[in-house]
Design a protein around this ligand. Sequence first.
Ligand code: GLN
Length: 547
Amino acid sequence: MARFVFITGGVVSSLGKGLASAALGALLQARGYSVRLRKLDPYLNVDPGTMSPFEHGEVFVTDDGAETDLDLGHYERFTGVHARGTDSVSSGRIYSDVLEKERRGDYLGKTIQVIPHVTNEIKDFISIGEDEVDFMLCEIGGTVGDIEGLPFFEAIRQFSQDKPRGQCIFMHLTLLPYLAASGELKTKPTQHSVKELRSIGLQPDVLVCRSEQEIPEKEREKIALFCNVRSDAVIPAYDLKSIYEAPMAYHKVGLDQAVLDAFQIAPAPKPNMDRWLDVQDRIHNAEGEVKVAIVGKYTQLEDAYKSIAEALTHGGMANRTKVKAEWIDAEIFEGSDAAPHLEGYHAILVPGGFGERGTEGKIKAAQFAREKKIPYLGICLGMQMAVIEAARNLADIKDAGSEEFDHEAGKKRFEPVVYHLKEWVQGNHVARRKVDDDKGGTMRLGAYTANLKDGSKVAKVYGETAIEERHRHRYEVDIKYRDKLEEQGLCFSGMSPDGRLPEIVEVKDHPWFIGVQFHPELKSKPFAPHPLFADFVRAAVEVSRLV
Ligand code: GLN
């Protein structure tokens, strides 16, 4: 049965709880343990699928087709363990399940209450698959004291009581603010935060303290004394240049040791840090730099494309080069020439997106990349834009467009080269959708197989001809335009196994122009860069050598 680590946060949000959890997962793996990470989010949305990327950052999609919190992306990138739909839950999901059971009569007419009905639902969620791993790491979103968070804190308190002694520990992240005027690190907010936790029955075993300044031994002792934590379980967390330094940094300050001590695991298995030493070496010893333009819509918030930014970094690590990604708002060159905005970049990436706004700019970016022979990676909407561009400018279908935009505008303006998919094969059943279906959870979601054409560029990049990648979209390139487009040099080099859904297109006489209907960025890891990103960056390096 798994041991459980519950990770909570206090004082302020955005302390890097997700990163600390992910790094701890990696460190436990380095000691030979199997791990799974989970996120429990107090917000009332049923899942993040319909939340704006501006507000919430990217939606991370799992193999089994769940739309989850972006922290699950961190977990995967650090541990390589593929997340599942059952690794992410929100208050909205918990309440909606409880209410569904109530309507079904499952509670036999009882009064439904937060304790025990909501807390039981949370506890059931936490224990899913508990026999499969050595450690289950559960991160609670938000900070202690948030109104919505209370049922989760209560549930983990009960959970630890239900389990035998020593099977659950609590790790709490706080901030030590530095007052420049007096030159002091202040421990009071941490004390208050722990007091808040203790008032609801939770005593942290490990305290991770974010600080911009070195934490003197004296302050550590003080925190330990006032927060009732052992002093070697007060772990400093300093700012890092790269998030991928976190496992080594946390290891050096004893986080994994403190966690194993809290479980009284002695002697602790020796860690093998080779993977993270290599990752660190690649970060610190990168030569040169390539500039990649990311032409998108949600450019104000970098978290909106978190996995893409990370996958590009991994691509850089594969080539031992730095990747400077610059975010360009596609709308700025809609009414004008794209060239002045895109010249000087060694590669162009058009990421996924929804809605018509900015799409004419993305189409221009695809055209620029194709004509100037600049490496182009189009992801999901970025592939659809590349196909529309080729249809308009190579195959002479002047009004080529996507049904998505006509639906949005409520009138027909385009020839639907990209159309609304209403029926497709999912495993061994047929999935069906209508245009006016609910927005949540109705897309083609999760892992699907694609067969790659022998001898194509993508087959070479992947080194195999059957791949599995994650999807999240409603619209598809219409196969009926295939012949016309292939005649003009846009090759359909990856298809769904039934041959009906185009998965990958590539431009024939071009050094590197690939569009993919799926999201390769979701599967990239620092220690295993995704082949498409690794090769895209390699192509960018080649361009940078020419100039
Ligand atoms: N909006 C497009 C679709 O639904 C593309 C989605 C995406 O890029 N993730 O098909």
